[in-house]
Design a protein around this ligand. Structure first.
Ligand SMILES: [Zn+2]
Length: 118
């Protein structure tokens, strides 16, 4: 699902025998698949409540990085927040693409793009 967002497919860079290394931007279902294959086993063992706690902690770290961190720190924290969000969606059995689809035709409240909500 493209949703009008800029989307670049994952680029597998590894050999067929070795681990696949991804680079570039991803579609949301690819992000969820990547997180499932990387952390799915530990995510399932941890469960949703503990994973929510981790996501919350990462959001705090992102807030701190945006306030006083450098570019690399901000990028790292955005990555962590996205990764934990994808892991949680996997644990909940939900699609982030489906979740985001409410934004696909503009603002969910006013249906405008850009939003014209007061
Ligand atoms: Zn709006």
């Amino acid at each position: 699902m493209l949703l009008g967002l800029r989307t670049v497919h994952l680029v597998p860079c590894g050999s067929q025998d070795g681990p696949i290394v991804y680079a570039g931007l991803v579609e949301l279902h690819e992000l969820q698949d990547l997180m499932d294959r990387t952390y799915g086993h530990s995510d399932k063992a941890r469960g949703i409540p503990a994973s929510v706690a981790w996501l919350t902690e990462e959001i705090g770290e992102l807030a701190q990085a945006l306030r006083k961190g450098d570019r690399d720190q901000q990028l790292e924290e955005f990555g962590d927040v996205l990764a934990w969000t994808a892991s949680l969606a996997n644990l909940a059995g939900l699609s982030l693409e489906e979740a985001l689809s409410r934004y696909g035709a503009g603002c969910p409240r006013c249906s405008k793009m850009p939003c014209r909500c007061p």
